[in-house]
Design a protein around this ligand. Structure first.
Ligand SMILES: Nc1ncnc2c1ncn2[C@@H]1O[C@H](COP(=O)(O)OP(=O)(O)O)[C@@H](O)[C@H]1O
Ligand SMILES: [Mg+2]
Length: 444
């Protein structure tokens, strides 16, 4: 068999775009100075590779490493897979170094040889953090420097099983001329780490900075090179952090872990389900919604405020919910009530900076607006769950029964929902609402 003969060409090291001539800026990804020449490939004889039936591949049971931080293990799909490369992204101050130091320490305590390599902080700074969060295990080795080649040698010498690289944008490979953080350098650092993980069965956490747009800084292919990508979402106040998997070759991608940043490190929020409630029952414009993130159900509050304006048209301000969706529900409520809110300011918001994208919260948005307009609080302890369509109908979602179980577990006993025959009886009272008109009729 003869291999394909290709002409020499230039390839973008960031996105893989090809061009016959050298150019400064990549037309595909917009990066500058990323083109490298690919040498002309020769005709090669390729031998017949061994192929076998999938059934004949031997399986060694893969023991996942438990990081000792249940929320992190859950997001990873049940622990860290040996030889996996996990990219952890987040804005500065999100808590990446803190959480991974905690995980490194817990893994070291469980008997793994762990190396924490940092090009971001000095030994003293790292020691101070370790001291503060109580991560001072004997097996936890430290490297402070920025030369990746040294990290590789250290890993082999000390038989390291888990490596944390803080961060992929600040390390450099000595044989790559560009500076740390450049697409070329970042790609090479990541490629070398992936190779080391696969050949030596070392699990590696790569910490990555994110850009203003929220993507991991560096070449686009970075996310494709690794096995899993998790992001720290630090957009809410109150030191609350969500860890989300956006890619995972070894687990589901919709898992979310919740953490609180404290002086002694990242503390898991054991019960995020009720962490977002203010406990004030009798306010007008306040409705309880049940939102699902991954397999976790949260009960949260949706607040609305409707105020007349002196002149002109009212403003629409939506916080924490998808704006288009909330305004759509608002329009449906206007129609159902036979009212016109053009001369009113309407504010719709979640509390505690929680951001959700869950259509089942539509009914809570509708209920909170109705309560705000009428100036009457909603029935005590009721949860509103259902999607509102443009025609005003209320629909259940596919996880309705699971959510009900969560609500029962959390102690809620009244649910406004679309009329539905549920499979199992539960200690919960349904108030069926076919559409938003019916909701308005059944509310005080
Ligand atoms: N003494 C302290 N007490 C409480 N929180 C602290 C303390 N020192 C640092 N922090 C918190 O740690 C965060 C920095 O975490 P870090 O893990 O370094 O983030 P990242 O690595 O993502 O940039 C800061 O946002 C700060 O709130
Ligand atoms: Mg850091």
């Amino acid at each position: 068999m003869a291999g394909r003969k290709s002409r020499s060409s230039f390839v973008c090291s960031s996105c893989g775009y090809r061009t016959p001539r050298w150019i400064g800026q990549c037309p595909a990804c917009g990066e500058w100075g990323t083109f490298v020449q690919e040498s002309e490939s020769k005709k090669v004889e390729t031998r017949l590779p061994p192929v076998k039936s999938v059934k004949d591949v031997t399986l060694s049971p893969q023991q996942r490493l438990i990081t000792g931080i249940p929320e992190l293990d859950r997001v990873l799909g049940g622990g860290l897979v040996p030889g996996a490369v996990v990219l952890v992204g987040g804005v500065p101050g999100a808590g990446k170094s803190t959480l991974l130091m905690q995980a490194a320490d817990a893994l070291a305590r469980s008997g793994q040889q762990v190396l924490y390599a940092s090009a971001e902080e000095s030994e003293t700074q790292i020691r101070m953090r370790a001291e503060r969060i109580g991560s001072l295990s004997d097996n936890l080795l430290l490297y402070s420097g920025s030369v990746l080649d040294e990290v590789e040698v250290a890993c082999l010498h000390h038989n390291v099983q888990v490596l944390v690289l803080d961060s992929v944008q600040t390390f450099r490979c000595e044989d790559v001329p560009s500076s740390p953080g450049s697409p070329l350098q970042v790609r090479e650092v990541a490629a070398r780490m992936v190779q080391m993980a696969k050949t030596r069965n070392i699990s590696i956490f790569l910490i990555g900075h994110v850009t203003k747009e929220g993507h991991i800084a560096g070449p686009r292919m970075l996310e494709h090179m690794v096995d899993a990508v998790v992001y720290f979402d630090a957009s809410g106040p109150e030191n609350l952090r969500f860890l989300r998997a956006v890619k995972n070759r070894f687990g589901p991608v919709n898992e979310v872990g919740a953490f609180l940043m404290t002086s002694s490190g990242m503390k898991e929020v054991a019960d995020p389900a009720s962490a977002f409630l203010t406990g004030e029952e009798k306010e007008t414009g306040r409705a309880l919604a049940c939102a699902r993130e991954g397999t976790r159900d949260f009960v949260l509050e949706v607040h609305s405020l409707v105020r007349p304006v002196a002149f002109g048209y009212g403003r629409r301000v939506v916080t924490g919910l998808e704006t288009g969706r909330a305004l759509q529900t608002l329009a449906v409520v206007e129609k159902a009530l036979g009212r016109d809110f053009r001369q009113y300011d309407v504010y719709i918001s979640t509390v505690r900076g929680l951001r959700i994208r869950d259509t089942a919260a539509d009914l809570a948005v509708a209920a909170s607006v109705i309560s705000a307009v009428r100036g009457i609080p909603l029935p005590h302890g009721s949860v509103f769950m259902g999607e509102v369509t443009l025609t005003g109908r209320v629909l259940p979602d596919f996880t309705f029964e699971e959510r009900l179980d969560s609500l029962v577990r959390l102690g809620y006993r009244v649910v406004f929902s679309p009329p539905l025959r549920v499979k199992t009886a539960r200690e919960i009272r349904f108030v069926p609402v076919k559409n938003v008109e019916e909701l308005a009729e059944k509310l005080p």
